[in-house]
Design a protein around this ligand. Structure first.
Ligand code: FRU
Length: 453
């Protein structure tokens, strides 16, 4: 596995087997803990457990022993996703214990499945308490299916709240809100949903308040594609939220996709000790026709995105940029002005930053032999058809482009457009020799920086 040339250089990836959602993200005593959904013996089945890595600087990562195993009657078919909450020096890890009954034929939607809300505590992120079961199927509202999962806990106005992703019996997605005074006993309060149904299930909810603005991030499943939007049926995006956590009235604004690429899902956000909101996503996506990854024949599959800092721009949009720490990975490169394009030799791992003098609606940026990012009439398209692995083209109508920041790793690309208003995250598989980054445009002028990493 380690010899696979597709192994990523600066992303979290499974040592072996399968990885999906990031879990339990937090910083404790200076150490960032990053847990993740992990099936080490994939493709042989096995119930998912929590893998674990730590870092102090987002550059050097330490692989730790897996943290949570599906070793109880409440989680025997998977220690599913969950999140961390910290209080008085204690980490509270809430997650979903998945149980599949096999004594009969079940549809596993309305029956045959338990989704248990489980708590484990820890003083250091390495040693854990016994498991404590907090909620079972019968504790969720009656009109819900057996899909309720992915708890996240937070504090607002001195009260504790938990959100969970859900699917109701009419196959409509929503986010359930529970309340507690002691982090152990939870009472159902209300659910956040759209006026018109929007997907059959909402997975992995995150609540966050950035610069005083509230957002709800969710992953709705079963979304019909609409032009360039919602190219995959499992989506990920955010709603602006207005809720004072007292009555039943809340407002959910318009949903916006968080990512336009092929491989982004189930992100988790947390506030670190300096108060930054940091997001890490799964660089993968469930149920796609391009899920047959070239790395899987080499014994591993999927990775996490780089950590990204969230901020709200002047229009109130939630934007993403790579955390500042990553700049320390830059090796000496070029920083120059350009006119009528540029052409730079690169290795597979690099960072490219570019700022146009004026917003541009027409240009082509070649990133590898078969990777083209081009803009025509204000529509930005990423075409990686030539790289194979089932991925073709993705795009977004954006208008003028004024900046791009691109992180290229051996087999991934993360493209931040206009200071992270839009992002394209994707795996790319293709030739890694004689690489060049080439801007083709008669009129493009600006500043370009390019650093090997
Ligand atoms: C999202 C998800 C979660 C679930 C986990 C199981 O990718 O389906 O809803 O908790 O993965 O691995």
């Amino acid at each position: 596995i380690q010899a696979d040339p597709l192994r990523l250089k600066y992303h979290i990836q499974p040592q072996m087997g399968w990885l999906n959602d990031p879990n339990g993200l937090c910083q404790k005593d200076g150490v960032y803990h990053i847990y993740y959904q992990y099936v080490p013996f994939y493709p042989d089945l096995g119930s998912v457990l929590w893998g674990h890595v730590t870092t102090e600087d987002f550059i050097h990562y330490h692989i730790q022993e897996p943290a949570i195993y599906p070793d109880s009657e409440w989680d025997q078919n998977g220690a599913y996703s969950g999140a961390a909450f910290q209080k008085d020096g204690m980490m509270y890890l809430y997650y979903t214990g998945n149980v599949r009954h096999t004594d009969r034929d079940y549809d596993y939607i309305t029956d045959g499945r338990e989704q248990n809300t489980i708590l484990m505590t820890s003083k250091d992120g390495f040693c854990f308490s016994e498991k404590q079961i907090l909620m079972k199927n019968e504790d969720y509202p009656e009109d819900l299916s057996r899909h309720v999962r992915d708890p996240q806990v937070f504090c607002e106005n001195g009260h504790y709240y938990m959100i969970q992703g859900a699917r109701d019996l009419d196959a409509h997605g929503s986010v359930l809100l529970f309340e507690s005074d002691d982090l152990i006993h939870w009472t159902y309060k209300l659910r956040f949903c759209t006026k018109e149904p929007f997907g059959f299930m909402w997975e992995c909810p995150n609540y966050l308040k950035v610069d005083g603005q509230q957002f709800l991030i969710v992953c709705p499943q079963g979304i019909r594609s609409d032009g360039l939007d919602y190219a995959d049926s499992d989506q990920c995006g955010w709603f602006p939220l207005r809720y004072d956590f007292t009555g039943e009235d809340y407002e959910l604004g318009a949903f916006r996709q968080m990512d336009r690429g092929f491989d982004f899902y189930a992100p988790q956000v947390f506030q670190d000790e300096s108060g930054r909101w940091i997001l890490i996503g799964w660089m993968g996506r469930p149920g796609t026709e391009y899920a047959d990854e070239p790395t899987s024949k080499n014994g591993w599959i999927h990775a996490l995105t780089v950590p990204r800092e969230l901020y709200v721009n002047a229009e109130g949009r939630l934007c993403q940029r790579p955390v500042k720490e990553l700049e320390r990975m830059r090796k000496p490169g070029v920083a120059e002005t350009f006119e009528n394009g540029f052409d730079l030799p690169v290795s597979a791992c690099f960072e490219l930053k570019l700022r146009f003098e004026k917003p541009m609606e027409e240009f082509e940026l070649k990133l590898r032999k078969s990777v083209s990012l081009y803009c025509r009439d204000g529509v930005l398209m990423l075409d990686i058809t030539g790289c194979g692995a089932g991925r073709t083209m993705r795009g977004v109508r954006i208008g003028g482009i004024y900046s791009l920041q691109i992180l290229s790793d051996t087999s991934s690309l993360e493209i931040f457009v206009n200071d992270g208003i839009e992002v394209f995250t994707t795996r790319v598989y293709g030739s890694m020799t004689d690489l060049r980054v080439k801007m083709i445009s008669k009129r493009a002028r600006g500043q370009v920086e390019c650093y090997p990493m």
